[in-house]
Design a binder for this molecule. Sequence first.
Ligand SMILES: NC(=O)c1ccc[n+]([C@@H]2O[C@H](COP(=O)([O-])OP(=O)(O)OC[C@H]3O[C@@H](n4cnc5c(N)ncnc54)[C@H](OP(=O)(O)O)[C@@H]3O)[C@@H](O)[C@H]2O)c1
Length: 348
Amino acid sequence: MDSGPVSRFTALHAVQRAIGPGRLKTPITRGPLLIGVTGGTGFVGRELITRLVGAGHGVRVPTRDAAHADQLLPLSSVEIAVGNVYDSDFLRRSLEGCDVVINLVGILNERGRSGAGFRRAHVQFTAGLLRAMHEAHIHRLLHMSALNADAGRGRSHYLRSKGQAEQLVRDASALQWTIFRPSVIFGAADSLTVRFAALLRLSAGMLPLARAGARFAPIYVGDVAEGFMCALSGGESVGATYELCGPEVLTLAQIVRLTAQAAQLPCHILPLPDAIARLQGALMDFLPGKPFSLDNYRSLLSDSVCHDNGCARLGLHPASFRAWTPLWLRPKGAAMPLPVVPTAYRVP
Ligand SMILES: NC(=O)c1ccc[n+]([C@@H]2O[C@H](COP(=O)([O-])OP(=O)(O)OC[C@H]3O[C@@H](n4cnc5c(N)ncnc54)[C@H](OP(=O)(O)O)[C@@H]3O)[C@@H](O)[C@H]2O)c1
């Protein structure tokens, strides 16, 4: 890896090293970077790429399907490369010349039930990406993982495969990596509030809910994107893992109730006993699109809350779920509720 051309990132990182660790609180600002974003066509990717382009950076997005990148096309300085993202030669060619790569590839459900789909999207993809980066002499990777990711002890295929991918990243020699582990992410195009609001509308507010007491600290997608923006500068973020949590710890039932409140919908939650919830997951495994699965049920067995929230270290003051969700959930024409300033970090 050392024999390759020195990227702008590597040169600047050397300056930071010379200054000394911890001395540099504000990022070194420099000219525009060229940034490869894998998984850039999704919910987080669109938010992040909008900010990257706004900051003057060039962006390359390898994707499996050109249609998935439709919403990125109006953004100037975004190049889309369509191909087989599991072919590391395709990835190398797509990413060649990039200063930094951001990996956002991830799935919440697989086609089958064996875990092979999760291992392919999280582990096999990451291995190919690391190979492609090595061959293209790219040394800097910002990698998206998830809270509770653990190669050995993760409760679900999702969490174990995310943990295995993290391990590959940490073990890659000469790589300057940063890992992000968010709780559930919310925003105007999420699959959390938008999906629950749709379910509540369909069911006249009656919702049987698996793991209703599972705890989350939802983080706003804009804050996640800002976390990546801060880490772009390198410095203290090289070799760092950041858990990302919003200011409120909420049970799943509270998330649904706040969603209903924001969308001004009726809400009657029927918390399912674990045995029934497990059965619900096993049965829904066979529904097209898998709105819920046994693997999702297993992920919900672990609370998705931070032990060491990285937001402060990144200079983030994350947005409140309760205050922000009415922005996109309230009915058309309804006034925004008065701004809610969270006085406590815990919703009673
Ligand atoms: N959303 C959350 O609440 C949340 C919470 C914790 C962690 N995360 C992690 O954050 C990352 C981004 O999440 P997101 O919500 O933006 O996800 P998303 O909207 O589903 O986007 C995921 C991206 O991954 C790519 N992808 C999907 N399936 C793939 C497969 N089988 N093989 C290769 N590539 C595939 C897609 O790119 P193309 O279709 O263009 O190829 C897509 O742009 C993921 O790693 C996710 O695990 C998300």
